[in-house]
Write a protein that binds this ligand. Structure first.
Ligand code: NAP
Length: 547
């Protein structure tokens, strides 16, 4: 059984694997996948590296972490009972509440009995004769499963900056994505933060409230816009609950599953006054409206994008008192919305505080981390506490960290590195039969739980189909992989987002081999993605080979 402490070889050809399905990860996708597979009567086991459920919302417990999607659009939609029982307390839920929510889900559906915690998967190897995967944990323990579902999330392999001397630093130091469970205080401390992505922005605005002195090391600035969060009282929650069916219907129809939907007008189809009023309205509205609900050409037409960027730049200049600091905070190398837009609450005002200092490491590069702090080309900064908000080896990073070996000894990491990223609907990979990815590369991400629910259900239906028909082998046909990969490329054409370095284009200079942009995501609309996948299922999965 799986509790064996020994590494075992794969089962003999006629042996029954330990589990029908092994799921890697107990975040939003892993939890729901387990539930769906159980409903099919399958024996499923989840291995989770953390000591609790929640994935992203378990690991990212840094100060200020919260949703950037409206809470009620982010929660699971599959259970009316769950929708009835859970009240959100803020329009954009903070991490502790979200972690509580996911624990509530795990308890409500009695999921924990099939989850093994503190169980980081180190390797997964397909045995062609046994038609099963052997999954091995870092502890050496292993188990076999007919099928494997990776539910590892697209942003779950934290990366530290490649800066010399990091280990020499003697103060407190934390990566936001590996934030400790114990309380971290900033009161009176000299704090340094490296990184100003969506995470850094959330952390900085919180840390600045109490830090004795905060130094922010910014490489490339990002375009940030106001979140406009506020509490939800019980009367408002009742209204939200009544509106759930329409809300989820709306999320099904929008391009990226948010409640916001792109405005059908072109930027230059309206008068200057109308355009300005629309930008102002979006800037004053909660959430991602200004990014996801802007004019239809904002992310495809350079001139349209330049106008939106100009508007947000003006807002930054208005909010930051020191003109020099304001200029440092305005991106010059990419247009508004072409990288993930950090959502903020008085982020720009932080730089008006006397205890906060912004250091552009484009102007004065960091030379090394020292025992006392950070040394730039200009001077050494001493800190009591250093925060790395330096992001993730995104999309493929958490898969790369598992030694996944498919048919003919092909290693997944090597395959993608040498041939480029190829998938079938972002779920299957040629040469890796019986392996399915939840929200893997080439899937529609966006408001992620909405994408997850669809993905998980599609994978469960497929596994159910194979199981019911007695098939022990499911593989993507090479021509289907080629077709989907070409479709992803076609959908990425003309998008300004794909012309910019960011995790969304697979670039992470802290990871070897991730210096160049790739088409890591499917950038068509979610409805189109679902239509494609629905069609595959409706035609009996002709694109796959069953045996
Ligand atoms: P990120 O967007 O990749 O930002 C990493 C930051 O670290 C960037 O400012 C980057 O600078 C900087 N950095 C990296 N290596 C560096 C180095 N060697 N020296 C100096 N600076 C360095 O990562 P993130 O902020 O963790 O966000 C990742 C994604 O997580 C977000 O885009 C979002 O999708 C998700 N997220 C979601 C929420 C939410 O929904 N509430 C909150 C937070 C994050 P460069 O830009 O110059 O590379």
């Amino acid at each position: 059984m799986a509790s064996s402490q020994q590494v075992r070889s794969a089962p003999a050809p006629d042996a029954v694997p330990d589990y029908d399905v092994i799921i890697i990860g107990a975040g939003i996708s892993g939890l729901y996948q387990l539930l769906k597979l159980r409903e099919l009567g399958l024996r499923a086991r989840v291995y989770e590296a953390g000591t609790g459920v929640g994935g992203t919302w378990y690991w990212n417990r840094y100060p200020g972490a919260r949703f950037d999607s409206e809470s009620y659009s982010y929660g699971f939609s599959f259970s009316q009972e769950l929708l009835d029982e859970w009240d959100w307390s803020e329009h954009f839920s903070p991490q502790p509440e979200t972690e509580r929510y996911l624990n509530f889900v795990a308890d409500k559906f009695d999921l924990r009995r099939d989850i093994q915690f503190s169980a980081r998967v180190a390797a997964a190897r397909f045995d062609a004769a046994a038609r099963a995967w052997t999954v091995t944990l870092e502890s050496g323990e292993s188990a076999t499963g007919r099928f494997v579902v990776t539910a590892v999330g697209p942003l779950s392999a934290p990366t530290y900056p490649r800066i010399e001397g990091r280990d020499s630093y003697q103060g407190e130091a934390y990566h936001t994505g590996l934030w400790p469970k114990h309380k971290v205080t900033f009161e009176g401390k000299r704090v340094g933060v490296i990184g100003t992505g969506a995470t850094g922005v959330q952390a900085i605005q919180e840390i600045a409230k109490t830090a004795g002195h905060l130094t922010v090391f910014q490489r490339r600035p990002n375009w940030c816009t106001p979140l406009h969060n506020r509490p939800i009282d019980s009367a408002e929650m009742r209204e939200i609950r009544k509106g759930y069916p329409e809300l989820f219907e709306r999320c099904r129809e929008t391009a990226a599953c948010f409640i916001h939907t792109v405005d059908p007008r072109g930027t230059f189809e309206v008068s200057d006054e109308e355009r300005e009023a629309f930008y102002e309205h979006l800037y004053a509205s909660p959430g991602f409206g200004i990014w996801q609900g802007n004019f239809r050409d904002m992310l495809t037409d350079r001139a349209a994008n330049a106008l939106a960027s100009k508007f947000v730049a003006r807002k930054i200049r208005e909010r930051v008192k020191d003109p020099k600091v304001a200029e440092m905070l305005i991106p010059k190398d990419h247009g508004f919305g072409t990288r993930r837009v950090p959502q903020e609450t008085r982020y720009y005002e932080v730089y008006n505080q006397p205890n906060v200092e912004l250091v552009s490491i484009l102007e004065t590069p960091i030379e090394r981390i020292t025992p006392k702090g950070v040394k730039t080309s200009e001077r050494e900064y001493e800190f009591d506490l250093l925060v790395y908000a330096t992001g993730f080896d995104a999309i493929t990073g958490s898969l790369d960290r598992i030694d996944i070996v498919g048919e003919d000894g092909v290693k997944l990491k090597d395959k993608w590195r040498s041939e480029g990223l190829t998938t079938f609907v972002g779920v299957m990979i040629e040469k890796f039969p019986n392996l399915f990815m939840d929200v893997g590369p080439h899937t529609a991400l966006g408001n992620i739980p909405r994408s997850i629910e669809y993905n998980v259900e599609w994978v469960a239906d497929l596994i159910g189909h194979a199981h019911k028909s007695g098939h022990t082998y499911v593989a993507a046909r090479p021509e289907a992989v080629k077709e989907w990969t070409e479709f992803v490329a076609m959908k990425g054409e003309g998008l300004l987002t794909n012309e910019v370095d960011s995790w969304m284009t697979g670039v992470n200079l802290n990871v070897d081999g991730k210096e160049k942009r790739i088409l890591a995501r499917y950038s068509g609309t979610a409805p189109e993605y679902r239509a494609w996948c629905d069609d595959v299922a409706a035609r009996g999965y002709e694109e796959l080979r069953f045996d």
